[in-house]
Design a protein around this ligand. Structure first.
Ligand code: COA
Length: 260
């Protein structure tokens, strides 16, 4: 499928989603949000895709935020709809059932930082800068940044980023746990692919259930989360891959998983 604002490729069980508006630093306009929705639906429904890697086109930006041209002319009702639409997309990405790796190749600001936070894992290039600058525009984060950022880095650090609006370096993002790894720019995609392949080597249903246990578990009490974990653990015990994984270990050979 051809997209106006995205590039989509598939290679070695990895789907590559590239936000492709480099002249606007890949800012998220309505079209990008809509196309990301259908692109991630495609990746979700494609059994050959085990991991998605998301990045921005060009050398400068992952995504420099929601498109300020659109924001500037929004009515309150449209503003609310924009926020809800963005939140819905990011919820979908977070709960895709397959890991999504954000390869942060430059600015990840506002909606860009929020998009990266909805991904499962984040790798940043050394030149990346991350932040939530919305208050400088008279707004607050609207794609769940006020919710995901404190869950990822803690309330104090989240509020510092949200209230100052100042971006931080990739190294500082690593220090506070906003990204998982920082690598030189030329190593960004190889590092993302290496991480993806480590995940791809594992049992697909175990990956899906582990994601569900963590994502749903964070929304409920620990006791309910543990009950969910035990139930999903039990479900894993019904799979062919569980039999294969445990047998392969005992037979001292590599497991061949089939996702059943
Ligand atoms: N929305 C719309 N357009 C954007 C954008 C955004 N969020 N971020 C960048 N652009 C556009 C610029 O307007 C410019 O377009 P133009 O060439 O037609 O004037 C182009 O992308 C390049 O950006 P520019 O500002 O010239 O690059 P820079 O290197 O000087 O600065 C940033 C880079 C990221 C610091 C700066 O673009 C910026 O602050 N962007 C907005 C970040 C933001 O507030 N995001 C949150 C929005 S809620």
């Amino acid at each position: 499928m051809a997209y106006e604002t995205l590039l989509y490729e598939k290679r070695d069980s990895i789907a590559y989603v590239i936000v492709n508006r480099p002249e606007k630093l890949n800012a998220l306009n309505h079209k990008v949000i809509q196309e990301l929705g259908s692109c991630f639906e495609t990746a979700q429904g494609d059994n050959e895709v085990r991991v998605v890697i998301l990045r921005g086109a060009g050398e400068k930006a992952f995504v420099a935020g929601a498109d300020i041209n659109e924001l500037a002319v929004q009515s309150p009702v449209e503003g609310k709809e924009t926020s809800l639409r963005g939140q819905k997309l990011l919820d979908f990405i977070e709960n895709l059932g397959k890991p999504v790796i954000a390869a942060i190749n430059g600015y990840a600001l506002g909606g860009g930082c929020e998009l990266a936070m909805a991904c499962t894992l984040r790798i940043a290039s050394e030149n990346a800068r991350l932040g939530q600058p919305e208050v400088k525009l008279g707004i607050i984060p609207g794609y769940a940044g006020t919710q995901r950022l404190p869950r990822l880095v803690g309330k104090g650090r989240a509020l510092e980023l949200i209230l100052t609006g100042e971006p931080i370096s990739a190294q500082d993002a690593l220090r506070i746990g906003l990204v998982n790894q920082v690598v030189p720019a030329q190593e960004l995609m190889p590092a993302a692919e290496k991480l993806a392949q480590k995940i791809i080597a594992n049992a697909p249903l175990a990956i899906k259930f582990a994601l569900e246990a963590v994502n749903h578990g964070l929304e409920v009490s620990q006791a309910e989360g543990q009950f969910l974990e035990a139930t999903l653990f039990g479900l894993c015990c019904t799979t062919e891959d569980m039999k294969e994984g445990t047998r392969a270990f005992l037979e001292k050979r590599a497991a061949k998983f089939v996702g059943k």
